[in-house]
Design a binder for this molecule. Sequence first.
Ligand SMILES: Nc1nc2c(c(=O)[nH]1)N[C@H]1C(S)=C(S)[C@@H](COP(=O)(O)O)O[C@H]1N2
Ligand SMILES: [Mo]
Length: 314
Amino acid sequence: MLIRRRRGYEIPESQVTPEHLVVNRRALMGAGAALLPSAALAQQASGPVPPLPEHQRNLRYRPEREITPEREATTYNNFYEFGTSKNIVREASRMPMRPWTIQVDGMVAKPATYGVDDLIRLLPIEERIYRLRCVEAWAMTVPWTGFQLSELLKLVEPTANARYVSFTTAQLPAVMPGLRQSWYPWPHVEGCSIAEAMNELTFMPVGMYGKPLLAQNGGPFRVVFPWKYGFKSGKSVVRITLTDRRPENFWFKIQPSEYGFWANVNPEVAHPRWSQATERLLGSGERVPTRIFNGYGEFVAGLYTNMQRERLWA
Ligand SMILES: Nc1nc2c(c(=O)[nH]1)N[C@H]1C(S)=C(S)[C@@H](COP(=O)(O)O)O[C@H]1N2
Ligand SMILES: [Mo]
């Protein structure tokens, strides 16, 4: 069912993936000595993670690319709480995944705290294959299992004054060595407008490749906005808050000139330090053209009409 085709523009991988922040990398090296070796971190017990219930693939969201090999998607990760390298699997594997609760609060009629397994039981889960485009210009195509955020929001009933949704991710100092890098504005908070949250594409994965979501990919529960740069897709979410104020997101606080609130993918708007015209596919290493809204314009372009004065692209 996957569409496989050869592309005329295939070129050998030659470009090194740029890093988010040259400045902070330097700061990091200076502070490296202050980091404890991970073996010294307290280990925490995790309850068992049940397998995912039976579910179907939703064919409405066409990958238009080969699925990234599972091994690549689960071993090349961006998760600063565990470290700034792309190789954080070992650190992430120490994160306790059960019990895991998600608090949904703010401007809602029925605030609630759910166990992740309760949500998996309560809401219709399905598989969707989405492309994910990191602002650093690498990309992957992943079969996520989860539910639409709009289904969860229906349970809590947002009030009429709710205009934004913020996602707060886990802050577990005992297992997250990255939190000791105190110049980062922890916890990782991301946000979107209520219209974006209600859009059918906004997805809350609890699984990947048919299995429960691994810690390094944001297990047990994350958000994915496939039309935005990857930094908007917060991992290991513990709280979802409806608000009337635009949330200040993590990367915006670090470098507002490079990482805006909307952060929609656009090949024609370069990052201040590199082009966004093409992207490197994890696995094959192939370089392919980037598409506006990461190829999801038919679903989301309408969200941004009459917003020309906003900085929509990154
Ligand atoms: N909590 C948290 N969420 C995060 C990040 C992070 O460092 N911390 N990195 C983001 C970035 S920059 C990207 S590209 C994606 C990467 O997701 P992946 O490792 O599953 O590919 O997660 C996003 N979510
Ligand atoms: Mo990213």
